[in-house]
Each structure stands twice: as C-alpha cells, then as structure tokens.
Design a protein. Structure first.
Length: 366
C-alpha cells in the first residue's frame, strides 16, 4: 500500500468466542484488530475480556478511570455503601512510544452486601451514581470475572499498553475508533459496558437523543459523550430486565420499516407491530454494526439495511466476528464457514451450544 494512501472507512470491530470455554491469550485479538489499522485514526481503541480473573470469580470487577487523581476516597465511599472491597489496585500498564500520557486506571474486586434478588439493579445504580455524581471519574466495566481496557491510541497500542498478552479469556471483543460525531477521549473509547455486557460499534446512532431520553425513564443516564453508550444500556434493559431472548433483540433494536412489516404474513406482522409500538424508543436509527460480549457468549448485529459491514466465521469450536474477513483469517487462516451479515441480522454463539447463524424468529414460540 502507498504510504500516502488512506481509507477513512470507519471503525473496526472484532470478536472471538471459544464455545468450549478454552482460554486464549489477548495477543490473538490484538493481532486480529491490528489488521484493520486503516479503519481507525488513533483516537480510540479497546478490548473486553471474559473470565480473566479466576481467583475472583464471584466478585464484581470494577474498572474505574480517574481522569483526575485524588478522587479515589470519594469513589470508595460510594462503593462501600453497597459492597465490601476485597481488593483494590492500579491496573498494570506498560508505556510505549504511542502512549505516555494517560489517566489513572484502578480495579476493585467487590462483594455485594445486599439481598440477592436486587443485586444487579443495585450494581447498575452504583455505576450511574459514580458516573453522574463524581466529576472526572467513570466506571469502565462492572461485571464479574471480566474487564474492559480502553483508551486513546490505535487498538494494538492500547492492547500492549494494558499488557493484554498476559491475560487469558474464552471471549474477547475489540474496537478501533474513527470518531465522526463525538470527541476522542479515554472514556469515550470502546467497548462500553454495564454488568457483564460489553459493546463495540461501527457506525453512527442518529436516534441517540430519543434513545437517551427513553433510557432515562428506566434509570439509565448517559455521561460518556458518545452514542454507543445507549446501545450498552438498551441491551441491559431489554435482555436482562425485560428478558428478551437474544434473537428477539433485532425486532426491538433493528426492526424492519413499517412498509416491510405491512407486507409480512401473520403472525410475523402482528409480532413486529407489537415490538415497534412497545419499543419505539429503543429503535436504533442510523448505520451500525455491533458486537456484544456477555458472560456465556457473544453476538453480532447490523442495521436493517446493512450500512456497515460485518462477517461471521467458524472454525471448530471457535466463533469469530469482524468488520473484515482479513481480521478473522489473520488468526484462523482456515475456516469451516464464513458468512456476511444480511440487513437487520443477528448472529450469536454461546458456551456449550452449537453456533446459530442466520436464524429466523420462531414465531410459534412467541
């Protein structure tokens, strides 16, 4: 490639899931996302990894960004109202030529002190409280036995900065950022997370204002200055609180146009009408492809007319997602199957289950 040739083609996303639970080094996802270097511009990169803290499997692992130092005691006072802090430490980093000016990152391993039935809602409330009430401090991830690592830089530089080659997990997702409508800053890099959910996104959510106001009705507040934050909170609301199965999420987040719904046969037509009416405030308008990691699996989804690319691949027990095929073949040259996403499609994989791809909703079960 000529040195003066540059393709401003939007963000890069990638994901790896070992469905048999075997762990892989973070070096693999760094190699994968690095092949799409030209899709980002150095204003953000990041990773999420699952089951990386085997000695703290039952504890919440809060990764917290301190954009200004000296706020630790205020944050820890909030945490101690709901949790016992079992361990607190600075996240290890390695400076490199690309990254030598950075905020403080700490991680807290927390044991919830309240009633089990309200545990996850209380965790969400603590995240919202810290992000809203404490200036220049942001909870980057808040799930059990997982963590998000992100910042300003190209993704491969961020990966080595956080020494991700020293971590092993069964699921990894990654992002290289090319911001178009929001600032590039450490907290605005992807992934965005809440509880065990983590989201990376290529595209632009033009419905951000509507989605943000809709989420406020349910106690979610956006403070991280980028549209992707609403996706993470919408998925938590729909999948965890409203118990929508993963394949049904597309009917809420990427529902067909009304004209297409009218052309459907029953019972599909009634189903999509009901979903559009019920979840109108959750509909994501604009171009997007997203990868979502969670405890037990990973899924990808694209907007209803596929304005951003994504492909899915499989090799043995491993499920891959990426913006480009090259990112998958960099770490798995031979594949059993490779498919491009169709508009509005969702493709997912879960631990211990056969990968599902291109499945239609089973309306007989609705």
């Amino acid at each position: 490639m000529r040195e003066d040739f540059y393709v401003p083609s939007g963000c890069a996303v990638a994901g790896i899931l070992n469905q048999d639970g075997q762990k892989i080094s973070g070096e693999n996802i760094i190699r994968s996302i690095a092949t799409m270097h030209e899709r980002s511009n150095g204003l953000g990169g990041g990773f999420a990894a699952y089951r990386i803290y085997p000695e703290f499997t039952e504890l919440y692992a809060f990764h917290i960004l301190y954009d200004k130092k000296g706020r630790e005691s205020e944050v820890e006072d909030i945490l101690e109202k709901k949790f016992s802090i079992e361990r607190a430490e600075t996240i290890p980093v390695r400076e490199n030529k690309a990254i030598n000016d950075y905020p403080l990152f700490k991680r807290y391993f927390l044991r919830f002190k309240g009633e089990k039935y309200q545990e996850e809602d209380e965790v969400v409330q603590v995240v919202m409280d810290i992000n809203s009430r404490v200036d220049d401090v942001y909870v980057i991830s808040s799930g059990k036995n997982m963590g998000i690592f992100k910042g300003i830089g190209y993704p491969e530089d961020i990966g080595h900065f956080f020494r991700l080659e020293e971590y092993e997990g069964y699921c990894w997702i990654a992002h290289g950022r090319f911001p178009t409508n929001s600032v590039g800053w450490w907290g605005g890099a992807h992934p965005f997370g809440l509880l065990s959910w983590s989201v990376v996104h290529n595209g632009e959510i033009s419905s951000y204002g509507i989605n943000r106001r809709y989420l406020q009705n349910f106690g979610y507040f956006c403070n991280l200055q980028t549209d992707t934050e609403v996706i993470a909170y919408l998925i938590d609301l729909l999948a965890r609180k409203h118990h929508l199965p993963i394949p049904y999420l597309k009917a809420a987040l990427a529902s067909p146009f009304w004209s297409d719904i009218e052309d459907m046969d029953e019972p599909e037509r009634s189903f999509y009408k009901a979903m559009r009416i019920t979840y109108g405030g959750a509909l994501l308008n604009g171009p997007f492809s997203i990868i979502v990691g969670f405890e037990g699996g990973m899924f990808g989804m694209v907007d209803r007319i596929k304005l951003r690319p994504m492909v899915a691949g499989w090799r043995g027990e491993t499920f891959y997602l990426a913006s480009e095929e090259c990112a998958i073949r960099e770490i798995s040259p031979e594949l059993d199957r490779l498919v491009p996403f169709q508009g509005g499609e969702i493709i997912w994989g879960k631990l211990g289950e056969k990968v599902n791809y291109g499945q239609e909703l089973a309306f007989s079960r609705v």
